[in-house]
Design a protein around this ligand. Structure first.
Ligand code: EPU
Length: 340
């Protein structure tokens, strides 16, 4: 047994969520190995502490005070297993996702370049199946390794077992209180396979493309539309794009012929940003929160607000969309450390 892990007490974690919400954790630790993580779980069990898992903090709404132990897995090794023109990219959960994309694309490997500049950690990426510009990480995942909180065993899931869907995976459902992801393994390739389905993106990339050129173009588009959380606190898209029945989509298309709509399993996917925008809410501000001026799907926090105020603000937005379009919006960021 190695020396016991440091557990800090009464820790201010406000800087570790990109929404910039105030948060104190009763106990906090950053294990860097699976062994350290297992020690922490044993200690939490002995002390009867509830456990909350924090990743890059870019998709969470934390409770103001978190009872129990917050664990942020900080192991961040990455390595590439090369087999001819294909590769398996191994990333420990604590690796910074945007840095991983940049180094992989720079080295000429195709696969994750469309997911450039998405803030967060590698370990959190499969939880919500991060996706942008026509690519979702679920398409590239070979396997996900996690520690099961029930018995501290290390388990591996294939991509099929992860149950990936739009902004969804098993880690939000059956394993949401059980899995602490420690490593992800992604398939990458030397063979050019530019994914330029988005008109915006295709326009910015000269052919023949390199992975870095695609990553740079995606980054430029994101910088145009999305606020940098370092400068203006936010958690990216605050709502998911809703899937509605064909009948409702048809009725709305008749009233709003320019409404964006995309085919989706079980109905038609609408653009939540467009719906919010059409309610006249782009740039809307109340208290310490607002709707971003360039992308209505993003709620920004100007500082001084609370999780509770954010909840009320988000409800106001969702209510207006529902009243006007009859569409219910679902929140995308996850709650962290609230009592069950
Ligand atoms: N739109 C508006 N007004 C707005 C925002 C969007 O009219 O304020 C319209 C756009 O003109 C477009 C449509 O809505 O016709 C879709 O907009 P966009 O392509 O910008 O993408 P999105 O659906 O709003 C999703 C993801 C983003 C991802 C982009 C690009 C979700 C919840 N969001 O946004 O992901 O970067 O596509 O692929 O699916 C995130 O999850 O944090 C995120 C930023």
């Amino acid at each position: 047994m190695t020396a016991s892990m440091d557990i800090a007490q009464q820790v201010d974690l406000s800087a570790l969520n990109t929404l910039g919400l105030p948060v104190i954790a009763a106990h906090y630790a950053e294990p860097t190995t699976i062994g350290e993580l297992q020690q922490l779980l044993a200690e939490a069990h002995r002390q009867h502490w509830p456990v909350a898992v924090l990743g890059g903090g870019s998709n969470v709404i934390p409770a103001p005070y978190i009872e129990g132990l917050v664990i942020r897995y900080a192991g961040a090794d990455t390595h590439l297993e090369v087999d001819g023109s294909s590769g398996l990219l191994h990333a420990s959960a604590g690796a910074d996702w945007p840095s991983l994309v940049a180094t992989t694309a720079e080295a000429g490997w195709w696969g994750i370049e469309n997911l450039a500049l998405i803030p967060g950690s590698a370990g959190a990426a499969p939880v919500q199946n991060i996706g942008a510009y026509g690519v979702e990480i679920g398409e590239l995942i070979e396997r996900v390794v996690y520690v099961d909180r029930e018995d501290s065993s290390v388990k591996t899931l294939s991509a099929a077992e992860c149950g990936f869907g739009y902004r969804d995976s098993i880690f939000k459902h059956a394993l949401s209180e059980r899995a602490i992801i420690v490593e992800i393994v992604l398939r990458v390739s030397r063979n050019a396979l530019p994914r330029l389905d988005y008109a915006d993106l295709a326009q910015r990339v000269a052919l023949p493309a390199t992975p870095m050129a695609v990553a740079d173009a995606v980054s430029a588009i994101r910088r145009d539309k999305l606020p940098d959380p370092q400068q203006l606190a936010n958690a990216g898209s605050f709502f998911k794009n809703p899937t509605v029945p064909e009948s409702l989509a048809a009725a709305l298309s008749e009233r709003y012929p320019d409404m964006p709509r995309y085919p989706a399993a079980g109905g038609v996917k609408l653009a939540a940003g467009w719906l919010i925008d059409r309610c006249g809410l782009k740039g809307f501000k109340r208290g310490h929160f607002g709707i971003h001026e360039r992308q209505a799907l993003v709620i920004v926090h100007v500082g001084g607000g609370s999780a509770q105020e954010l909840g009320a603000f988000a409800n106001t937005i969702a209510e207006q969309v529902e009243e006007r379009f009859g569409v219910q919006l679902e929140q995308e960021p996850r709650f962290l450390g609230f009592p069950a």
